[in-house]
Write a protein that binds this ligand. Structure first.
Ligand code: G16
Ligand code: MG
Length: 219
């Protein structure tokens, strides 16, 4: 029986990928590092420190750990400042409708995000009332593709993974859901989330009706 849903944040509820891109791009320009949208795609769903390491590897750069932390902090300050402009208009199309529908039908709902800024994003969107549990980048140490963040959210919801559907836009996010024994819904192209149990191109198509139709024997 499906009793709960666990949502990723960036790329599922709202499109912060563009804001992350702009902040990493600004830092990279200052450091004379190569950084483009293709590389930004590789940062989808992974933690801040893992992200800067991907960018440095790409540029064949090695720096002292403290310098890396300082640069990641600089990027984060830029990113957090850009969140001030986020408003309740900034849900991805379909996301608010699905969250509202889950509330009216009485499902348990959790957030399972890699971001340490998830609370600020939810507050900017006025999205807190849609969630029973918040799992974010501060809740666990091992990030996706490890299943820890989703296992944390499920435990707080008091549900076994088998009773939950994870909604994710990142390849590593679907890997994490599968590793934890969750049912999964992928948002995005086949080459990114084609390994999910069910896939939609965008959140607009991800209605509760469609999800229930696919997982009919589980509802
Ligand atoms: C998000 C983004 C990632 C970002 C990570 C950490 O994960 O997709 O690109 O690197 O959060 O964010 P922060 O620097 O704010 O802690 P998710 O899991 O919400 O997609
Ligand atoms: Mg995401």
């Amino acid at each position: 029986m499906i009793k709960g849903f666990i949502f990723d944040l960036d790329g599922v509820i709202t499109d912060t990928a563009e804001l992350h891109y702009e902040a990493w791009k600004k830092l990279s320009d200052e450091m004379s590092w190569d950084f483009d949208r293709e590389l930004n795609e590789k940062l989808r769903g992974i933690s801040r420190m893992d992200s800067i390491k991907v960018i440095m590897d790409h540029n064949k750069v090695t720096l002292e750990e403290q310098t890396v932390i300082d640069l990641a902090t600089k990027k984060n300050d830029l990113y957090v400042a850009s969140l001030d402009h986020m408003t309740p208009e900034d849900y991805l199309p379909g996301a608010k409708e699905l969250l509202t529908h889950l509330r009216t039908e009485g499902f348990s709902v959790a957030l399972g995000s890699a971001s340490k800024n998830a609370l600020k994003v939810l507050q900017q969107l006025n999205a807190m009332p849609y969630f029973d549990v918040i799992g974010d980048g501060n809740s666990v140490t091992k990030s996706k593709p490890e299943p820890d963040i989703f296992l944390y959210a499920a435990e707080k919801l008091r549900l076994p993974p088998n009773n939950c559907i994870v909604v994710e836009d990142a390849e590593k996010g679907i890997d994490a859901a599968k590793a934890g024994g969750f049912h999964s819904v992928g948002i995005g192209p086949e080459d990114r989330v084609g390994h999910a149990d069910l896939r939609f191109d965008t959140m607009k198509e991800a209605t509760l009706f469609e999800v229930k139709s696919h997982f009919a024997d589980l509802f």
